[in-house]
Design a protein around this ligand. Sequence first.
Ligand code: PDD
Length: 286
Amino acid sequence: MPRTIYINGRYVPESEAQISIFDRGFLFGDGIYEVSAVIGGRMIDNDLHLDRLERSLSELGIPMPVSRDDIVAMQNSLIARNELNEGVVYLQVTRGSEDRNFDYGDALKPNFIAFTQVKKLVDTNAHRTGVKVALVDDIRWGRRDIKTVMLLAQVQAKREAKAQGCSEAWMVQDGFITEGASSTAFIITQAGKIITRPNSRATLPGCTRLAVLQVAADHGLQVEERLFTADEARLAREAFLTSASSLVTPVIEISGHRIGEGRPGPVTRRIQEIYLNLALDRAAVQ
Ligand code: PDD
């Protein structure tokens, strides 16, 4: 079955989905995106992703391409058309297409595309055994809170991580971990406190991060939102990362330093379990 793509109001087979070469996302990285997890054919934390989509657009002065309700209906239609059980729905909105010019016309109409991707999200090897992360310099721009399609620094960071035998990069600025190349970074101190960096322009406000902080608070787990250094991360008792496409994934090694016992720790396991159960419950009542 060929995959169905959504493009500017139409559903077309992948081979017919075409966009202008003058699309500003293509020429300037002038656009934003969102990724929502799908488990059992239902989206997880999609409201949080659409909140962030609206915020990213408004920060860049790009209008919403269609109403929020229409976006949700379109996402569900794509999931149904592609019979997606487990994976992600990707949305991208760019400022629009016009002859190349740094400045843009005020009447530009955004280009809005979406597709589904099959991906195993639950009970993966990474969830069971944990992953290794590499530390790399954070060389990105000053508005990382906007989820732009300008991802070259992250592409390079992941490449570097792979060369070091790791599956994710944690980026470091002035000695402090900012976030993963496509995930939020968490550590658990020797005293058992969960630490993650507070939201600011230095990082993307993760939707899974927000959901995990809520479940941690609801279950009486101690959380502190503060900056933490790469050295502190290497000495952590446990570590994990979160994202729509990796949910809660244990980290067992940071730049060659074994974390804790070198296997997923008990606090991480607990958060993994609580988050997944809650996400599945929420998805079921959609
Ligand atoms: N990335 N930080 C960065 C830089 C990210 O790219 C992502 C997600 C996150 C986690 O955000 P969330 O929990 O809302 O997915 C943090 C997506 C999955 C991607 O680029 O594919």
